[in-house]
Design a protein around this ligand. Structure first.
Ligand code: TTP
Ligand code: MG
Length: 364
């Protein structure tokens, strides 16, 4: 270990932050059990079907005892747990509950960074109460208003808070205090570090490294040489350092895709043919990155050969190509036969339910 590097690390004071990571317990499955009380205590999975097709999106803790888990083929899950109840995914319902939970977060802080429908980072540094008691209170509020359980991790930074929320799952919380970080990191498997997946873990294993403590023995320059750009990051992370701030995501109002054609399109049919891939790509984007948003409008944009442009839009709660076809026809008409140099397909989202001014704890 390079003694100068070690001293520099020790001298750079980490900012005093209070970060909470909240993660709902077997989220989709827990919602389904709530909706079907007769299933309480039984192994339940969401996704896949009773004939064994498809994969599990998630399953409850009763099913996990049999070795079932997310992304497992349903037929395999049924082999392990023949009594497993398989239910279809109901995304709209999960989205609604997710919004309820975000509204609860907003009662405590406006520094909220959602990571998916069921987890978020909260920065509560500005509040007087201890982060652990705020986490308790948030989990209590969630249980009270949704009848669902959440787990929480509390730490000085995002990476540690996320690791900690897994520690006492389900329905638990765990805090890594600043003076406990060194001891905590020593035995932590490197696989638990943010950004360390199978490949990096394999490389590290080949270096004889399984735990963060073992990784800490490598000098910065050595890690940078062996692991390229990621080496310097890992040098920090295996010591429990993470400077990333909680980044409240500004509400996106719309998404769209567009293409400019090498040669202008001269017929409506040609436009329609070229609109399809734009629509498909839009669908992929919306489903993968904006699953928590409700659709409000479908939009088609057309730029003509003379560089004038027009957009046509209509109310649409779902992605349906028929709407885009109609909008294209409308926009094409407006061009009066002009050829088309650019086409775009987009959606506008409904605004997220915005809680009135967040009631911050320190006001009380
Ligand atoms: P997770 O928080 O990873 O899982 P979970 O909430 O079901 O269980 P845990 O108690 O371990 O937190 O994911 C949240 C939701 O995201 C989950 O209910 C279903 C969905 N999901 C997928 O669609 N695909 C996946 O591979 C995983 C892991 C989750
Ligand atoms: Mg979860």
């Amino acid at each position: 270990m390079n003694p100068n590097a070690a001293r520099m690390q020790a001298e750079a004071p980490a900012p005093l932050r209070k970060i909470i990571h909240i993660d709902m317990d077997c989220f989709y499955a827990a919602i389904e059990v709530r909706e079907h009380p007769e299933l309480h205590g039984r192994p339940v999975a969401v996704g896949g079907n009773p004939e064994g097709r498809g994969v599990l999106t998630t399953c409850n803790y009763e099913a996990r005892k049999f070795g079932c888990h997310s992304a497992m083929p349903a037929f395999q899950a049924l082999q392990r747990c023949p009594d497993l109840v398989l239910l279809p995914v109901r995304f709209d319902l999960y989205r609604k509950v997710s919004r309820q939970i975000r509204d609860i977060f907003a009662e405590f802080t406006d520094q909220i960074e959602p990571l998916s429908l069921d987890e978020a980072f909260l920065d509560v540094s500005h509040l007087n109460s201890s982060a652990a008691s705020i986490a308790e209170e948030i989990r209590f509020r969630i249980r009270q208003s949704t009848q669902l359980t959440a787990s929480a991790g509390i730490a000085n930074n995002k990476m540690l808070a996320k690791i900690a929320s897994d520690w006492n799952k389900p329905d638990g919380q765990f805090e890594i205090r600043r003076d406990e970080v060194d001891a905590f990191m020593r035995d932590l498997p490197v696989r638990k570090l943010w950004g360390v997946g199978g490949k990096t873990a394999e490389k590290l294993a080949a270096m004889g490294v399984e735990t963060c403590g073992q990784l800490q023995r490598f000098e910065l320059a050595d890690l940078a040489r062996r692991l390229k750009g990621f080496g310097a990051e890992l040098y920090q992370r295996c010591r429990g350092h993470d400077e990333r701030i909680v980044n409240p995501i500004r509400e996106r109002k719309s998404v769209s895709n567009e293409t400019t054609f090498r040669e202008d399109l001269t017929s409506f049919e040609a436009c329609l043919e070229n609109l399809r891939p734009l629509f498909d790509e839009l669908g992929d984007d919306v489903r993968s990155k904006h699953a928590d948003r409700q659709l409000h409008k479908a939009v088609v944009k057309v730029k003509f050969s003379d560089f004038t442009q027009t957009t046509a839009e209509k109310l649409a709660g779902e992605l349906d190509f028929t709407n885009y076809e109609m909008l294209l026809a409308e926009a094409w008409q407006r061009g009066g036969g002009k050829s088309v140099r650019l086409l775009g397909a987009g959606v506008r989202f409904k605004p997220l339910a915005s809680p009135e001014l967040p009631q911050q704890l320190e006001m009380f």
